[in-house]
Structure formats: structure tokens, C-alpha cells
Design a protein around this ligand. Structure first.
Ligand code: GCU
Length: 685
């Protein structure tokens, strides 16, 4: 209907043609499903919805295929479906992991079969088949085994019980309203469908900043939590909660939150037992401790391992895990102090604790050392922790990347990070092999991200921001997928398979990060934004603040000296040639120059331009390219549903205008500071 609510489960009608005939041939007969299990039944409903919508045919479910017809069957390998049992032999079954699936076209049995070891695998497999059809792929000769690369594929909500969403850009929460859990379980169900079909298997439903009432989610509000978990379970998703480290003190039950105190340890054990009594597959706790004024073990002279292990012991008997965040730094820094470096903080805190965490603790590490800027180096903790489970944390919410008013397709950024070679173990140690657990053989591993959804009808405010949500799930499932492939999938599932339309949307998505970077944050500098809400240009917005986020621009130059000889020494947190490259003024990549070095405006980049000319040029070009995005989209009018067209047009129009604000403020600021003319003599105010 053009609202965007159905997102990648829109199932646009497919064009007539040979492929269409092929699909109808296989799909029109009864689908063979024998299991009553909830997740398998959910897969069946998804299948019926998908093919009815794409192919205009109804498909009944029945144990028996049509007498002479072609059919589709799905189920678990030992779920009693004769077709599944006939088509998959022991070797095929062995190749499928706990959440994976196999899909095979058997001409002998005239059947396309999706087999899996678990009901969730069936759901993933059925959606895989729907995606093949939705993106117009052959299904005559399927023979694939697909397993997720990352075991934990997690979404973190920053939703508060009052219905607000911290860093939410898509309306209010659809989980809570006025300190109550929602009654709209239909919307939660649709959300779970979207998440599971993108490959997500874990969701933490409340903000990492756990306020007073949310502290009671593990007690007073457990029955409500259980209702949400019941919905998620159907879709193969485990529910997690963010918890307050000072929980035991909250209602005066215990006088301390000291992790080594016996009463505190007992309190958490009792809580864990109570939680598992109502949510038997509860995932575990997400913890933000000693970070941005949240309570934590430091108060008691304990370290993060003491804190995390105490919670881990409480959860271990039930199979739960503790996800302990590494976003720990001094948020009360004095801007006059140039030696303290926030970028160093996570490594300085956690590297010494490597090997001290229980094996059901996972450290959750933000992708970069600062905070989800449009450009940062990769966190040096990746590669440095050899004996600790870890997940990477991305931010799908576009806090610093346009707040879902600007288009910024983040999959290319995440890809770059995943491919970064940390040089651990002597090299060939990309981040993706650390977070998937293969480099160090971790018990738990994976990928997490801050959600970008809200109660806006299209979930993500900006329709094109849905591509980030879908893309995160797909990349977490398989980091080998390219940003182009993921974009193409999302486009065909959302808008249909018109090649011209797909070409335009794909170009917009793939150019968008670079465009956003070019008119906002040159050369890795970051933070030139308005304080608190973080939207829009403000070059000195954080310059004299306590948050440790400075650019040090003066009339001669700009950038943060993080070198060993004259700076904070942050560059030495990297390994081998990475450390040398970042430390060297000559070798440091242009896009991170100002992150690592303080240089004069006249410094010549590897590109051959001076820093100041680079700033002018990228800001002029970026703002122009933002106009180009709008122009490209305008060409789609009439080719896609009007509702979808109009909502994106409105956002791109706003972006084009706002990019001028960015361009002019940044250029003017640096022109005034440096007094250096633009070589192109363009208008600077
Ligand atoms: C950022 C963000 C906060 C959030 C924090 C975190 O600083 O602005 O709103 O709480 O990250 O990740 O904990």
C-alpha cells in the first residue's frame, strides 16, 4: 500500500515470464508440512503469504503432495515428513548446523525441500526460498547448505519504559507506552517476522541505560517480559534484558551492589532462577557498567571481571550469558588536559583483563574507539583479546550519520570494519574472524547492533533506513555478502524486480555514506555536531566539553595527535604495521589523518590536496551530490508505489537543504580560522 510497513516482507507481485511459470509449477500444489511446532507453522504462514502475494496462487498445506504435481516440502530432518526424510541423506544432515538449513530440488521426488535441524532453521530456509523467488532466481536445480557464520546475531533496543527511545529517530517505542508494556502483540509479531527473516536470533528489549522502573523488568514486570519472549520464541529469537548493576540495592533489599558480597551474589542467583521459571530460554543480561554515570564494580574497588563473573555465575546453570559492554571511559574529562585520550579507554580498561572472564561472559565492543562516528578506525581491542568471548557492536540507529533524515547506508562501513586485518596471531586476522569466534575458538561470539526502529508506520522513519536494518541481519548471518548484494536483495524484496528502479536505488544507497561523510566530517575528525541531540553542524559543539571529543582546531591547524612521540600514544594500541601506519604522518590513510595527527591546514594529503582545500572541496561536492540523490530519486516517480516514493522524496529534499547548512557552516568556520582562500573561489561566508 505504500506505507512501508511490510518492508522486506512486502512480496511484490512478480512479472509474468519463464521464471514466473517455473515458480507456479513448483509452488501451486499443496505444500508438504507435517509438524505442528509453532516455528514451523510460522514458516508455513510466511510461505503462504509470500507466494500468494508474489505469484497470486493459494497453496494449501497437507502431508501429501499433489498426485502428479511438483511440490514444496519443509521441516526438520527428523520431524516425520517423508519427503524430507527421502531427500536428505545422513551426509546432508551432518552438514547443517543448529540454525542452518539445506534446500534441494529433487527431480526424482518432484519436490523442492527445505530441511533443517531446528525449527528456526526451517524458518530461515523457507525465507531463503522466498528470497530466491522474490529476487527472480532459478529454483529448478537448487542444492545448497547454508549455515549462519555468526552464532549471536543480536539487536539492542534503546527503548525506555515511558515510550521514549534513546537515540530513536522513528517515532516512539512500539514495546512500551507510559510505563506499560504494549498490548499490541500483532506489531511485535510483525517485528519478530522482520527480524527473523533478516537472520536475527537475539533481541535485548530495553535501553542499556537502565532507569528506575526498567530495573524492575527482572522482577515486577517479569510476566510482561515473558509475553514478549513468547512471541519472539516462535521466530527463533531469544530475549535479553539490560540490567542495572545496582539492582540489588534498588528496593533496599541489599545494602550494596559489591560483586564480591555474598548477599549480592545470592540476590542475582535468585533473580536468575525467577527469570528462567517464566522465560525458560531467556538469553541473558546486557550490562553497561561504570560507563557514563551508570553504576558498576568500580564503586567497590572491583574490576569489570569481578562484576561480569558474578552475573555469569548466576546465569550459568540456566545456559544464560552476560554481555558486558566495553564502552567505558572518563566522561568528566577536562578539555585542557591533552594527555587523557578517550580513544584509549576501552583498550586500557579491558586488555589487562583478557582471560579473566568466565566463559559465559561476552565483551561487547563498539566498532570504533569513540562512538559510532561516520568515520573512525577499528577498535584496537579487536585482536588484542585472545582469551575472551567478544561481539562487535554496530549502531544501526543513525545517531551520528544523519538520524534517519539523511540517507546513509551503513553496510559498506560495517563491511570495511569486518575486513580490517588486525594482524593478530601474525596476520590474516580480520575482525570478521575474531567476532565469528574462529580465530581464537571462542565459546560465544557474534555481532550486535543498536536498533533503528520505532512506532513509525515504516519502522525506521526514513524508508531507506530499512536497508540498514535488513543489511545488518544479513551481514551478521554472512559477512561474505557484499554491500551491493545486500542492497540488491533488499530492493527487490521491497520494491520489486524492475532493473531500472533497482539500479537507481542501489546507486543512492551505495553512494550515501561517502556523501554524508563528505559534507559532515572530513578526514576522520568527527564530533562537529550539536551537543546532546547530536544533529546538525556545530564545529565547536563539543570542543570545550567534558566528553573527551575534541578536534583542536586553531588558526594554524586541526586534528588530534595520537602518535607515540608527541601525542597520546593511542596508535601503539594497534599491532605491527597497523601501529606504524597510523603513527606515521606520511602513511596514515587520508580518511583518518585528523584522527591520528594534528596538522597545519597547508599539510598536503596523499591525494595531493592540502587539508583546507580538501575540506572546501568535499563540502562543496558533498552538498551537490546530496542534490543528486534527490534528482535520482525523482526519476522514479511513477515507477514505484506513490506512498513509498513520496516519503523518501520528502526526506531527500530535507537532506539536500540540510547539507547546505553543513557545507556553509564547516567551510565558513575553517575559512575564518585559517584565512586561506578556496582555490576555486567559491562562495564561502
Ligand atoms: C552514546 C549515545 C548514548 C548511549 C551510549 C552508549 O554515547 O549517545 O545515548 O547511551 O552511546 O552506547 O551507552
Amino acid at each position: 500500500t505504500g506505507s512501508g510497513y511490510d518492508a522486506w516482507l512486502s512480496y511484490p507481485k512478480l512479472p509474468q515470464g519463464n521464471l514466473y511459470k517455473q515458480y507456479v509449477k513448483w509452488c501451486r500444489a499443496a505444500v508438504s508440512v507435517t509438524e505442528e511446532q509453532d516455528t514451523v507453522q510460522a514458516a508455513l504462514r510466511e510461505w503462504q503469504r509470500g507466494i500468494t502475494s508474489m505469484l497470486d496462487i493459494e497453496s494449501e498445506s497437507g502431508a501429501e503432495p499433489a498426485a502428479d504435481g511438483f511440490t514444496v516440502a519443509f521441516g526438520t530432518f527428523h520431524g516425520g515428513n517423508p519427503l524430507i526424510e527421502a531427500i536428505f541423506d545422513e551426509a546432508a544432515i551432518q552438514a547443517v548446523g543448529p540454525e542452518g538449513f539445506a534446500v534441494r530440488t529433487s527431480l526424482t521426488h518432484k519436490c523442492i525441500a527445505v530441511g533443517a535441524s531446528s525449527p528456526a532453521g526451517v524458518l530461515y530456509g523457507v525465507f531463503h526460498l522466498l528470497r530466491l523467488i522474490g529476487s527472480q532466481k532459478e529454483i529448478e536445480r537448487l542444492d545448497e547448505t547454508v549455515n549462519p557464520v555468526n552464532a549471536l546475531r543480536m539487536i539492542n533496543h534503546w527503548d525506555n519504559f515511558d515510550g521514549s527511545v534513546e537515540r530513536g529517530y522513528s517515532g516512539r517505542s512500539f514495546l512500551y507506552e507510559n510505563n506499560r508494556f504494549t498490548d499490541d502483540l500483532d506489531r511485535i509479531t510483525d517485528y519478530a517476522r522482520l527480524m527473523s527473516t533478516a537472520g536475527i536470533n537475539a533481541i535485548a528489549i530495553n535501553n542499556v541505560n537502565v532507569h528506575a522502573l526498567e530495573t524492575l523488568f527482572i522482577s515486577t514486570y517479569l510476566p510482561d517480559v515473558a509475553r514478549i519472549a513468547d512471541v519472539f520464541r516462535i521466530y527463533g529469537i531469544r530475549l535479553f534484558l539490560s540490567v542495572n548493576f545496582a539492582g540489588p540495592m534498588h528496593e533496599g533489599e541489599v545494602g550494596t551492589a559489591d560483586p564480591l558480597d555474598a548477599g549480592v551474589r545470592e540476590w542475582w542467583k535468585k533473580k536468575a532462577a525467577e527469570i528462567y521459571a517464566v522465560v525458560p530460554d531467556f538469553g541473558g543480561f546486557v550490562v553497561k557498567a561504570d560507563s557514563e554515570n551508570r553504576p558498576g564494580p568500580f564503586t567497590y574497588g572491583r574490576d569489570h571481571a569481578d562484576g561480569a563473573n558474578m552475573l555469569a555465575e548466576a546465569l550459568e546453570p540456566f545456559g544464560g550469558i552476560v554481555i558486558w559492554r566495553c564502552f567505558v571511559y572518563n566522561c568528566k574529562q577536562d578539555w585542557r588536559d591533552r594527555k587523557t585520550d578517550r580513544a584509549r579507554a576501552a583498550y586500557d580498561h579491558f586488555k589487562p583483563l583478557d582471560g579473566k572472564f568466565h566463559d559465559n561472559v561476552i565483551l561487547q565492543i563498539k566498532n570504533g574507539p569513540m562512538d559510532f562516528q561516520v568515520r573512525e578506525p577499528v577498535s584496537p581491542l579487536f585482536g588484542a583479546l585472545e582469551q575472551t568471548n567478544q561481539v562487535i557492536e554496530f549502531q544501526i540507529a543513525q545517531e551520528y550519520t544523519g538520524q534517519q533524515r539523511h540517507v546513509c547506508y551503513l553496510v559498506p562501513q560495517w563491511k570495511e570494519i569486518m575486513e580490517f586485518d588486525t594482524l593478530a596471531k601474525g596476520g590474516a586476522a580480520p575482525v570478521k574472524h575474531i567476532v565469528d569466534g574462529s580465530l581464537w575458538g571462542n565459546r560465544f561470539s557474534g555481532v550486535a547492533a543498536v536498533s533503528n526502529v520505532g512506532n513509525d508506520l515504516n519502522w525506521t522513519g526514513h524508508l531507506l533506513a530499512q536497508a540498514n536494518l535488513y543489511g545488518f541481519g544479513r551481514l551478521a548471518w554472512n559477512p561474505e555478502l557484499s554491500a551491493e548484494e545486500i542492497a540488491a536483495e533488499w530492493i527487490s524484496l521491497t520494491f520489486g524486480t524492475d532493473a531500472a528502479v533497482a539500479g537507481v536505488i542501489s546507486r543512492i544507497l551505495l553512494d550515501s555514506w561517502e556523501i554524508y561523510e563528505s559534507y559532515t566530517a572530513p578526514l576522520g575528525v568527527g564530533w562537529m555536531i550539536n551537543p546532546e541531540h547530536h544533529y546538525g553542524p556545530n564545529v565547536d559543539g563539543y570542543e570545550y566539553s567534558q566528553w573527551g571529543t575534541y578536534h583542536y582546531a586553531d588558526h594554524q591547524g586541526i586534528g588530534v595527535d595520537r602518535t607515540v612521540a608527541t601525542g597520546t600514544g593511542y596508535s601503539a594500541q594497534y599491532m605491527g604495521s597497523n601501529a606504524q601506519r597510523y603513527d606515521s604522518l606520511e602513511e596514515c590513510p587520508d580518511e583518518l589523518l585528523l584522527f591520528f595527527h594534528h596538522v597545519p591546514y597547508t599539510h598536503v594529503l596523499n591525494s595531493g590536496k592540502t587539508v583546507i582545500q580538501h575540506i572546501y572541496d568535499t563540502h562543496f561536492a558533498g552538498a551537490e551530490r546530496a542534490d543528486g540523490l534527490l534528482a535520482a530519486w525523482s526519476g522514479l516517480k511513477g515507477s514505484i508505489a506513490e506512498g513509498l516514493y513520496a516519503q523518501v522524496e520528502e526526506r531527500l529534499r530535507g537532506q539536500a537543504a540540510h547539507s547546505k547548512e553543513w557545507r556553509d557552516q564547516i567551510n565558513t568556520y575553517f575559512y575564518r580560522k585559517s584565512g586561506i582562500e578556496d582555490s576555486g573561489a567559491r562562495k564561502i561566508y
